[in-house]
Design a protein around this ligand. Structure first.
Ligand SMILES: *Cc1c(COP(=O)(O)O)cnc(C)c1O
Length: 389
């Protein structure tokens, strides 16, 4: 115990930054070109290649939230439109829908996959429903066959929130390539990081062109090159856009993160499986194993604690882990548990009972590729100790 206190705190979601990233960022700083430029172009083309899409089907932005927002605008969503999404997601998913002027409509989740329950989607479709925003929760793919079939039947746009799902596949097809749009996050804790950052994939090259305009003040596409070697060029504002562009400083990090993506995935898979083995005997609910014909991105490893079964509530567990120097997270309280949405839309947590229960019980353990074997031992030991006390 005493030794444990002295061990350094294990930061939840610590990024795995190496010398390559540091050197590339230094090069950017020395080059004087910090903003959107050649590194962003390279990161976009590398990401397109990784995802197996065309070079004009990607747009780098400064967050996944920004990507979701401009995707919704490009999809033509606006006031009066209803957008279905999962009751168990980060607030950014719902906020992006709201900022586009549309109304988010939560759908409860499947207790095993913790993804949107496709069986329940149909009940929430009205004549105002225009889109579905599935979230591949924790890196586990949603049932894309079911979602695409419903979208087809009802003429809905699909915008995938792939913030957890860079490496995710469903039946051999990459997450983010099912919907009209797929949005990725490179926030610090995500599977690859640029500090802050995001990427949009779109089926339509015209949508990507519009997104690039929207993400840079609504200035004509050439504005992205207006400070280039060819000298100053006039630009035209063609709509009221946003300031959502990624910088070369960020892309410099992303280029090298993307190169190591498979190594990091392998490491997280190893840790995820070790957790599954080591926690199988504990009185907690471990995540379901990945479904056949899918690739899990292993973004989060979540336990669900039922105080009546394991003798300690989720929040007390978090306090004990923190005291022992293990940083943990909560992904997430259900959307309907937040006061703003309750006041604005009249949502009640009990209307989404599975999301509500998981939101009260879930806790995420560290799953960074940066974790050392010694840190993993400490996490395993501490978890066992706290849950069997
Ligand atoms: C992190 C996250 C986002 C937002 O990503 P940012 O890049 O931080 O904007 C959106 N949706 C989900 C599910 C997330 O986990």
């Amino acid at each position: 115990m005493a030794d444990e206190q002295q061990d350094p705190f294990i930061i939840f979601g610590a990024p795995d930054i190496r010398d390559d990233e540091v050197a590339e960022v230094a090069d950017v700083l020395h080059s004087g070109w910090l903003g959107t430029g050649p590194r962003v172009a390279r990161f976009e083309s590398d990401f397109a290649q990784y995802k197996g899409v065309g070079p004009n089907q990607v747009a780098a932005v400064n967050s996944c939230t920004a990507g979701l927002h401009v995707s919704m605008i490009a999809a033509g969503l606006g006031p009066g439109d209803e957008v279905l999404t999962t009751a168990m997601t980060f607030c950014a998913t719902a906020n992006a829908i709201i900022h586009a002027g549309a109304t988010p409509v939560p759908v409860d989740i499947d207790p095993l996959s913790q993804n949107i329950n496709v069986e329940l989607i149909r009940d929430r479709i009205t004549d105002r429903t225009r889109a579905i925003v599935p979230v591949h929760f924790a890196g586990r793919p949603c049932d894309m066959d079911g979602i695409l079939a419903l979208a087809e039947e009802h003429g809905l746009v699909v915008i995938e929130d792939c913030a957890h799902a860079i490496e995710t596949q469903w039946k051999g097809r990459a997450a983010g390539t099912f919907g009209e749009f797929g949005c990725f996050s490179f926030y610090v804790t995500k599977n690859i990081t640029t500090g802050e950052g995001g990427m949009v994939l779109a089926k339509s090259e015209a949508d990507i062109e519009r997104i690039k305009v929207l993400a840079l003040h609504g200035m004509t596409k050439d504005a992205w090159h207006r400070f280039g070697d060819e000298g100053y060029k006039h630009y035209q504002v063609v709509e009221a856009g946003f300031k959502y562009n990624m910088m070369d400083l960020q892309a410099a990090i992303g280029i090298h993160q993307l190169r190591r993506i498979e190594d990091c995935w392998n490491r997280r898979e190893q840790v995820w499986k070790q957790y599954q083995r080591e926690f199988a005997t504990l009185p907690v609910a471990c995540p379901a194993d990945p479904e056949l014909h899918t690739r899990h991105a292993y973004h989060l490893y979540t336990l669900a604690l039922d105080a009546d079964v394991c003798g300690i509530g989720r929040d007390d567990f978090i306090a004990e882990m923190s005291k022992a120097g293990v940083g943990v997270g909560v992904h997430y309280l259900s959307l309907a548990s937040h006061p703003h949405y309750q006041q604005r839309f009249g949502w009640r947590p009990g209307d989404y009972p599975v999301a509500q229960t998981i939101g009260e019980r879930t806790v995420s353990l560290p799953l960074s590729a940066k974790l050392t074997d010694i840190e993993i031992e400490r996490i395993l030991e501490t978890t066992h100790r706290v849950l069997t006390a």
